[in-house]
Write a new protein. Structure first.
Length: 614
């Protein structure tokens, strides 16, 4: 490296005062050159984000630089007064924040916010408007003039993230700090953002990429620095660090990273199905079928600026879930995954069609029967923090769940509470604590324990680990795996991470724009995806073993608008295999060995098929 664009030397950051003081960053050092992407990885609380903020001289109240230097383009940020640091933000160094929705002003259009960032740097209004449209086009937003007039909430997650990157790039910075820029994105959208960042680096931008996802880092970054408890414990070229890690903590992160089977050569020839296109009739065995959905749709009516729209969250769902199985519901945001989960848990009701549980239509259950249903079917929500009462200790939370379902004797409650904590692998010492005193992984396991309190037959989990670090994800998923294998539970898990649920689910149901694309046994699905959308989801997943190789983007453009579903196959506008028939005729769900499939021209899988990694 000739002269680094960004250099951090022995950075120490302090927080708090007196007895509550701490040092969240302790002697961190790193350097990034032009055209280089350095991945900074580690768990929450390791000091990654604080290090990134220090590159712009941004510190939260109570947080302060103690010693060390941060140099951007030869200028020491830490030595400059705030007025001078402010001048560097934008033209010299810019930041892409993790949550673009909360980072944008909700009352201003995307374009006006980009224009204001340029006006603040002395650019004329005419040039600012021109640059705004230019940079929106550079980040891959379709019709930049239309997107500039939209408000942040009117954009999808992937489009908002591109707009946030555009805002950061508007003043042509030489250094970009990207803080978990793809954490909350679907794999197909994430793949597009990663390719954009790689292109920006190839054009000369120096990027500090902060992440806890080693699969993403392996494919994107030239070098990696691993941070643990405020210190860089290991750094080096990506291939060397991931291929032969030396530090024990790095080895732990790599061991916890979920992976998919290695993809084989998927044939791209689209071959029409020979069987007649008739609706698949799935035999329902009363002894094994637990949930049975027939013709289920769920539509919502929304109003915006006086206009009324109908959201097609689900349309014409036929699905059977059998006892003692683990079912993964996968797809992009807006595909209907959470709506389906809520219908199964009777937290919502279908607009049309029937949802049956154990042979009875849920809509016809009496008050007493619904009470029994609530005991038998429990729900684990995505955000454990908001689903736990902050005033209750963990003991109170579990005791309330037991009391609600008839276990009120103190001695029996104590025995059951102790057993529940053992079941989710939490120490008994946590019983007296409140949710705010627990880590994210501990809170999620408390939420699982509460759901297990009435000894349910079914556990429905909606993205239960999406916000957790990779090592914590592995611990929580191990709990789910044990429940499914050893406790006889029927498990329904909503997820956008196919690698994460690989070892937990027996069956995968793929939803797109409210319809089922493919419903397959897990081994069959991972080994030989037949629907182009299934293949797109699988190939978009990052893999720690794919060093220097970015995920494929096999789904074109943005997900379909649920208020205006496409004609024919709903995936056809984004499908690389689409033909005229796909735009005009709805493919019906058709049975095949090991799966059901809704596709006119399913993929043919060449030998050898996907091979499982050892």
């Amino acid at each position: 490296m000739s002269s680094p664009r960004l250099q951090i030397d022995e950075l120490v950051i302090g927080a708090g005062e007196g007895d509550r003081s701490s040092t969240p960053v302790r002697g961190a050092s790193l350097a990034i050159g032009a055209g280089e992407i350095l991945g900074l990885v580690g768990e929450s609380g390791s000091g990654k984000t604080l290090t990134g903020l220090a590159c712009l001289g941004l510190f939260q109240p109570g947080v302060r630089p103690v010693s060390g230097t941060v140099t951007v383009d030869g200028q020491a940020i830490s030595a400059l007064p705030e007025r001078e640091r402010r001048k560097l933000r934008g033209p010299s160094v810019a930041m892409v924040f993790q949550d673009p929705l909360s980072s944008f002003h909700p009352g201003l259009t995307i374009g006006s916010q980009i224009v204001h960032s340029l006006l603040d740097r002395g650019v004329s209004r005419a040039d600012a408007k021109k640059r705004c449209l230019e940079v929106l086009g550079e980040v891959g937003l379709p019709r930049p003039d239309a997107q500039a007039k939209r408000y942040p909430h009117q954009l999808s997650g992937g489009m908002r993230q591109r707009a946030m990157i555009a805002l950061a790039l508007a003043n042509r910075p030489r250094v970009l700090i990207a803080d978990e820029p793809t954490t909350a994105l679907d794999p197909t959208v994430q793949a597009g953002i990663l390719r954009l960042l790689r292109r920006l680096a190839d054009d000369g931008l120096a990027i500090l990429f902060i992440s806890h996802n080693l699969g993403v880092v392996a494919g994107l970054c030239d070098r990696v620095a691993v941070m643990y408890q405020g210190q860089i414990v290991e750094s080096g070229p990506t291939a060397e660090l991931i291929g032969a890690p030396r530090d024990a903590y790095t080895k732990t992160l790599l061991a916890a990273a979920p992976t998919l089977p290695e993809p084989g050569e998927l044939g791209i020839e689209a071959v029409p199905v020979d069987a007649p296109r008739v609706a698949a009739v799935v035999d329902v065995d009363a002894e094994t079928a637990l949930f049975d959905l027939r013709g289920v749709s769920r539509h919502f009516t929304t109003r915006s600026r006086g206009r009324r729209s109908t959201v097609h969250a689900l349309d014409g769902i036929d699905l059977t879930i059998r006892r003692n199985t683990s079912v993964g519901v996968v797809g992009e945001s807006g595909s209907g995954k959470s709506t389906l989960a809520r219908l199964l848990g009777a937290l919502d009701h279908p607009s049309t069609g029937q949802v049956s549980f154990d042979g009875q239509d849920i809509a016809t259950l009496s008050k007493e029967q619904m009470r029994s249903f609530r005991r038998r079917v429990q729900f684990v929500f995505q955000d454990a923090t908001s689903s736990l009462d902050p005033r209750y200790t963990i003991r109170d939370t579990l005791a309330e769940a037991l009391s609600t379902h008839g276990v009120r004797e103190p001695g029996e409650q104590s025995r059951r509470i102790a057993a529940l904590l053992d079941q989710v692998r939490l120490p008994q010492q946590l019983l007296g604590r409140h949710p705010r005193e627990l880590s994210g992984g501990q809170r999620q396991r408390v939420a699982i324990a509460r759901a297990l309190a009435p000894r349910p037959e079914v556990l429905i989990a909606d993205e239960p680990v999406s916000a957790l670090d990779v090592s914590i994800q592995a611990q929580v998923m191990e709990v789910f795996r044990d429940l499914a294998e050893n406790d006889g539970l029927t498990l329904v898990m909503v997820s956008h991470d196919l690698a994460l649920i690989r070892d937990v689910c027996d069956t995968l149901v793929t939803l797109y724009n409210g319809t089922i694309m493919e419903n397959a046994e897990a081994d069959t699905y991972y080994d030989q995806p037949r629907h182009p959308y299934s293949a797109a989801l699988l190939d978009a997943m990052p893999n720690p073993r794919h060093i220097g190789r970015l995920p494929e983007v096999l789904a074109l453009g943005e997900p379909a608008d649920p208020t205006a579903p496409p004609s024919g196959c709903r995936f056809h506008p984004r499908c690389t295999q689409a033909q005229d028939l796909c735009a005009s005729t709805v493919p019906l769900l058709r049975p095949e060995p090991g799966r059901e499939l809704a596709c006119h021209f399913p993929l043919q899988v060449a030998a050898p098929a996907r091979k499982a990694e050892l």
